[in-house]
Design a protein around this ligand. Structure first.
Ligand SMILES: *Cc1c(COP(=O)(O)O)cnc(C)c1O
Length: 447
């Protein structure tokens, strides 16, 4: 048999949680699910999500800082995370009425929601006030609409979103002059709005700009308290880093990158940094122990002023909580590599829609058959030339065959359903929730 490996890229094996290996090693589970749903599907494991929440909460507690975690809901639409938020004491960051209602229906109380987004419509503001949600006010005219709604409806809990100095071109947040004006309007509207603090959401995944801005906003809280406002919290937003592959594999890939590793010589404008450090709760701990101007750490500054630290992680709470499985429908050879076509569309691997690619290796399942390595890229079941789930020629132990699955690891954070569509009137992938009963794995459809 010819071993065709010349065209393959280096391997990028995904870092995964033990549950994912357990599900794939289970004698019947994946085959049963594939048979039951008859198409592509996402597998979700909420218990890992809960563990991720608890790790962040522990980092706050260990640093002696009060505060809380809001799940940035836009990163995944499934309902199965919401009872985990309720169980672990997390809130949810929502940006639309359907997201708000979904969070309530999932058991998260209105007082544990923060409503973010630009220029929120009046009906969303009204709903947020009715349910005592915290509202992140993004502009002065929005503040006026909140105050008007509060006069008719009840006290509005708000935080003021800050235009972050490290991202001066951002369309979000209030600049320093607008912040001063907003504070005065809050003072005048006391009795209608409760100004609870400040928030920001930064691009990128770096610790220092978050530490610096968080510390600066503690000072702003202290000054706002002198005006008679509550100003008890700083919300540092999301952007907690995630590592999908280990450093060694990522470096070998990034340093050696060649266009020839991709079908049709495809080029990309950028890639997510698939290896990063620190990540998740370790990144929060690094923010908390960062030194601030004037001495001491971020944590000490929050603790000394009795300021609570809030955050809105999306991707980081979903790390290693799910994977996506696509049934192989066909295979063709192209020179030194193969193209597998799967049931499903590249819209279900959202990175493809940002002129980028989700790089962790898809895994061929089942892991059986003769070892005959080949580089494989993966196309979707549409008529579009560009509908490729994976342009990279991924080294696989044998060629995929109809009846196999290609499993995309760690896809819950933004990959699964940010851009999914029913193109060709194909149904969206099914969602399967896995948990344990008496220690035994079992599955159900997500509601
Ligand atoms: C998207 C978003 C988040 C979540 O960002 P992650 O990078 O997924 O952590 C948090 N807050 C706001 C305001 C957002 O827009």
């Amino acid at each position: 048999m010819d071993l065709i490996t010349t065209d393959a890229s280096p391997v990028l094996p995904a870092l995964e949680a033990p549950w994912a290996d357990e599900v794939r090693a289970h004698p019947t589970m994946l085959a049963d699910i594939a048979h039951a749903v008859g198409g592509p599907f996402h597998v979700l494991y909420p218990e890992q999500f809960g563990d991720n929440v608890l790790a962040l909460r522990a980092a706050l507690r260990d640093a002696g800082v009060g505060g809380g975690v809001y799940f940035g809901k836009k990163a995944n639409k499934s309902g199965c995370w919401l009872p985990e938020c309720a169980r672990t004491g997390a809130g949810v960051d929502v940006a639309s009425e359907p997201e708000l209602v979904h969070a309530l229906a999932g058991g998260v109380r209105g007082a544990d929601l923060v409503v973010t987004g630009a220029a929120k419509k009046d009906s969303l503001l009204w709903l947020a006030i009715r349910h005592q949600c915290l509202i992140a006010v993004d502009a002065l005219d929005e503040l006026d609409r909140v105050i008007e709604a509060a006069k008719r409806t009840g006290v509005a809990r708000i935080q003021l979103r800050v235009l972050p100095p490290p991202d001066p071109a951002s369309r979000f947040g209030l600049d320093p002059a607008e912040l001063d004006e907003a504070l005065h309007r809050c003072v005048r509207a006391s009795g209608h709005v409760e100004m609870e603090g400040f928030s920001f959401h930064l691009n990128g995944y770096r610790v220092p700009p978050r530490a610096r801005l968080a510390a600066e906003l503690v000072d702003r809280c202290v000054r706002a308290r002198a005006l008679g406002l509550a100003a008890g919290s700083v919300d540092i937003g999301g952007g907690f880093a995630v590592s999908y592959v280990d450093e060694e594999h990522w470096r070998a890939y990034a340093d050696g990158h060649q266009d020839g590793w991709f079908h049709a010589g495809k080029r990309f404008s950028h890639f997510y940094p698939y290896h990063q450090a620190p990540t998740g709760a370790a990144m929060l701990a690094a923010i908390l122990r960062s030194e601030v101007d004037g001495g001491g750490t971020v944590a000490e500054k929050f603790a000394a002023t009795g300021t609570r630290m809030l955050m809105e992680p999306g991707r980081a709470l979903l790390d290693r909580t799910g994977f996506s499985a696509f049934p192989v429908q066909g295979l063709k050879r192209r020179g030194g590599y193969a193209i597998a076509t799967v049931g499903g569309l590249s819209m279900s691997v959202s990175e493809q829609w940002k002129n980028s690619e989700f790089l962790p290796d898809p895994v061929l399942w089942p892991n059986t058959g003769r070892h005959e390595p080949v580089g494989v890229c993966v196309g979707g079941a549409s008529c579009m030339e560009y509908d490729m789930l994976t342009w990279r020629k991924v080294p696989m132990p044998r060629q995929p065959e109809p009846g196999d699955l290609l499993v995309y690891p760690n896809t819950s954070g933004y990959q699964m359903d940010k851009n999914e569509t029913e193109f060709h009137q194909l149904p969206l992938p099914s969602r399967v929730v896995v948990d344990r009963a008496d220690g035994t794995l079992r599955w159900r459809l997500d509601r």
